[in-house]
Design a protein around this ligand. Structure first.
Ligand SMILES: Cc1ncc(COP(=O)(O)O)c(C=O)c1O
Length: 394
């Protein structure tokens, strides 16, 4: 299947993407670029990847018709339950795949960055599973606000290194991971989203594509049609959205809605609504849209949600935005909290704060009669309980 939303051979989606890397990393990135498609498409990989997704992760994740939510918003709202995966989010789809790629390339030491800690936990988990050494970089602020995940990573045997620069969040953790990678090029950098130099955005999108592959047959089973009218997903770097959109990108009749975090408000100076505030630039090895000042310096992002607190988006999303294929909306901290409490009360599901941003736009859309909507529930809210409890009285 060839799509105009797949990158060209140099990793470009339109003008976005590429691999802007220091010379020292060139051999690593080239090795991956030369091998990733062949590895992922091999029968051996597919057999192992699918078996692990089924028996270890618990896939397929259910597609659940949320009846009370549907009644409230006057549409058929289905939740793609990535929150029910082993380790609690979509991130594990990618780490299972990349660890198999790393093993195939003979790597024994893994590094990763993490924001909400979900990618860190998913990486530490697959490293434990495969008996590989794991080092995770995490912003000091995120270490505080996602404490349960830090404890889980440590119990799984990972070394967690705090990033102390900048806003001490995901961007800074990624900077530290890249710095370490340059100094230790023998390590495999297991990136957690559709960001970074080519081929990472494409590799991660392919590994998350299982989400929309499943939505297609699950929806067909439930409604007789494999296409919903609308798919909604939150965007930090963009991996859960890339996975939920992947098999629908060429079906222009399926509306794709990407939801960014607008923190205290898009124009408050405390936001992570990249598409609204950003311009074209280079971050973490790829050309994309990012929040920057007049000198090209990155503007520190802000969101209550550690996984969305990132000043850029992956190049695929920059292209989806620029080409207007996807609609970009946003939700504030407050709107996300309200949506999280609502889902908890009316459906008995506590969502991750990141996923709550996707849910928050339901109240901003006027649905037409019988509209079929899929919301990608990217993760569960256990890691966010402290934040939820703290804001309950607001
Ligand atoms: C549950 C959950 N959803 C969404 C995200 C955002 O990442 P991405 O945009 O790559 O899906 C994260 C990141 O940590 C997460 O933990």
């Amino acid at each position: 299947m060839k799509s105009k939303f797949h990158p060209d051979k140099n990793g470009y989606y339109g003008q976005f993407g590429g691999a802007f890397i220091p010379e020292l990393l060139y051999p690593n990135v080239k090795e991956l670029e030369d091998n990733y498609i062949q590895i992922i498409n091999s029968d051996e990989f597919q057999k192992e990847y699918k078996a692990l997704l089924k028996d270890y992760v618990g896939r397929p994740s259910p597609l659940y018709l949320a009846k009370r939510l549907s009644e409230k918003y006057n549409a058929f709202i289905y939740l793609k339950r990535e929150d029910l995966n082993h380790t609690g989010a979509h991130k594990v789809n990618n780490t299972i795949g990349q660890i198999l790629v790393a093993k195939k390339l003979g790597k024994t030491k893994i590094i990763a960055e993490t924001g909400a800690g979900q990618h860190g936990v998913a990486t530490a988990t697959v490293c434990a599973l495969m008996g590989l050494e794991c080092t995770v970089f995490m912003g000091e602020k995120d270490i505080e606000r996602q404490a349960p995940n830090v404890a889980r990573m440590k119990m799984l045997g990972a070394k967690v290194i705090p990033a102390l620069s900048g806003s001490k969040t995901l961007k800074d953790a990624t900077n530290e991971a890249i710095r370490y990678w340059i100094q230790h090029p023998e390590t495999f950098y297991l990136i957690g989203s559709v960001v970074g130099p080519h081929p990472y955005p494409d590799m991660v999108a392919r590994l998350q594509a299982v989400i929309s592959e499943e939505i297609k047959w699950q929806l067909k089973e439930k409604t007789g049609k494999e296409n919903p009218d609308t798919i909604i997903a939150c965007v930090g770097g963009g991996s859960n959205a890339a996975g939920a959109f992947y098999h629908y990108m060429d079906d222009e009749d399926v509306e794709l809605i990407a939801v960014e975090a607008s923190g205290l408000g898009v124009n408050s100076g405390e936001s992570a609504a990249t598409s609204q505030l950003g311009e074209v630039g280079i971050i973490h090895g790829s050309k994309t849209i990012l929040m920057q000042d007049e000198y090209g310096q990155i503007v520190e992002p802000y969101s209550i949600s550690a996984g969305l607190d990132y000043p850029g988006v992956g190049p695929l999303h920059a292209y989806l935005f620029d080409s207007k294929r996807a609609t970009f909306m946003n939700a504030t901290d407050k709107e996300a909290l309200t949506a999280a409490y609502e889902l908890t009360k009316i459906e008995g599901i506590i969502p991750a704060l990141e996923s709550a941003h996707a849910l928050a736009v339901l109240s901003k859309i006027t649905f037409k009669k019988d509209q079929v909507v899929v919301v990608n529930l990217s993760g569960r809210g256990d890691k966010d309980l402290e934040t939820y409890i703290k804001h309950l009285e607001d």
